[in-house]
Design a binder for this molecule. Structure first.
Ligand SMILES: C[S@@+](CC[C@H](N)C(=O)[O-])C[C@H]1O[C@@H](n2cnc3c(N)ncnc32)[C@H](O)[C@@H]1O
Length: 386
């Protein structure tokens, strides 16, 4: 049986070897934008073990963290898209991968004319713990007894708080390419919580990974070759999206799903999928008399806060929801109705977001609203539009 620690050790050993020499079995062909590959050294490109391209969804100026950065390709592409005002930080637990990535970072920096990439050692399910810092401290106080083992545990906790590898609420976009499936089942929940923790409010995760069309049976999960080969640790398509939902994300959507499976094992299809998920729906709800109208095309929709809306009807929403809907990924699906008289947030009363209620037009216009426009003056103006 491949125990939890066994899984991680197997993964580390396999990717340590994959950093030294290209492992064809781990490669899943990906169509990266060729303009960004020109400056990336060959040994990095050759050791590409990704399955998708989350960098296609990045923007200039963003701070990006890449989970399981391997030899660095995604960070080097991201570096060019986010530009000198942005930054890319790669996280990996395998020394051999970090060595290749770090050695090539100055080469890429010289070619693009700025240095905005760095690689840090850590486990992606524990983004607070800087493993190199812990290593240095443990060398000074080696673990030689049960007491020093417990002290090491305390030290790790102290480092997480005082010197986190990635600070909370500090990242615009967390990306990853074919890595989340490698994290052992018992740490998966913590992994999604960590992605959520490090993102800024308004930030997003853009993750490419292998997913399965059916649950993966336990005996397949216990196969070290299938596990470390990015196959049997895969979540189902639905399970992958739910994991983001359970961690508190909203607006989760599939950006790309490969039609053809990458591998089929015992009748289960494993394919690449790229998803996007947003952080920022948490917070208090205030009434500012705003309303939204769902434009369609579906008859009805429900968001991640359980607001259920029928196409074409006018709904009361709190200020927080109103502003969330004004941004991606919702913006194009709604019409926005501002109240005629603005109620400043400082004077707004709490709004009950636990149910969805219709908003009568008079609530936004005001009960005394009695305007009548002269249609002829407004739009016909000598023309023939009426
Ligand atoms: C399939 S490779 C993908 C590498 C890279 N993203 C790419 O596109 O080529 C997986 C990488 O994730 C790293 N990795 C796997 N599990 C990890 C974990 N729990 N924490 C940190 N790194 C991990 C491995 O060392 C390896 O470099």
């Amino acid at each position: 049986m491949l125990e939890a620690r066994g899984k991680e050790t197997v993964v580390r050993q396999r990717y340590a070897a994959g950093a030294k020499e290209r492992a064809d079995k781990l490669c899943c062909p990906v169509d990266y934008d060729s303009q960004y590959l020109k400056v990336i050294p060959r040994e990095v490109i050759e050791r590409d073990y990704g399955c998708g391209d989350p960098t296609r969804y990045l923007r200039e100026g963003e701070v990006v963290v890449d989970l399981g950065s391997g030899t660095g390709k995604i960070c080097f592409i991201a570096a060019q898209i986010v530009g000198p005002k942005g930054k890319a930080i790669g996280i990996d637990m395998t020394d051999e991968m970090l060595e290749v990535a770090r050695r090539n970072a100055p080469v890429v920096a010289e070619r693009i004319g700025y240095a905005n990439v760095e690689f840090r050692k850590g486990r992606i399910q524990d983004l607070a713990l800087d493993l190199e810092l812990l290593d240095r401290q443990l060398k000074e106080n080696p673990t030689t007894s049960a007491a020093s083992f417990l002290a090491a545990d305390e030290l790790a906790e102290e480092l997480r708080v005082k010197h986190p590898l990635i600070v909370s609420d500090s990242v615009d976009v967390v990306v990853s390419n074919c890595v989340l499936n490698l994290v052992e089942p018992k740490s998966k929940r913590q992994l999604f919580d960590e992605i959520f923790r490090v993102l800024k409010k308004g930030g997003r995760a853009v993750i490419s990974d292998i997913v399965s069309d059916e649950e993966v049976p336990e005996e397949m999960q216990n196969d070290p070759e299938l596990w470390s080969g990015c196959i049997s640790g895969a979540l189902t398509e639905g399970g992958f999206l739910s994991a983001f939902e359970n961690a508190g994300f909203y607006g989760i959507q599939v950006l790309k799903r490969d039609v053809e499976p990458w591998r089929t094992v015992q009748g289960i299809e494993f394919r690449a999928m790229t998803i996007e998920a947003f952080k920022g729906k948490q917070g208090e709800c205030f009434e500012r008399n705003q309303a939204v109208i769902y434009r369609g095309p579906f008859k009805e929709v429900r968001d991640d806060d359980n607001h259920r809306m029928v196409r074409g009807k006018r709904y009361a929403v709190c200020d927080k929801t109103y502003n969330l809907y004004k941004k991606a990924p919702y913006r194009e699906f709604f019409e926005f109705v501002d109240p005629i008289v603005d109620r400043p947030l400082s004077e707004a009363k709490p709004f009950d977001c636990s149910r969805t209620t219709l908003r009568h037009p008079k609530e936004t216009k005001g009960q005394d609203y009695s305007a009548t426009t002269d249609v002829n003056n407004r739009c016909c103006d000598g023309g023939s539009c009426c």
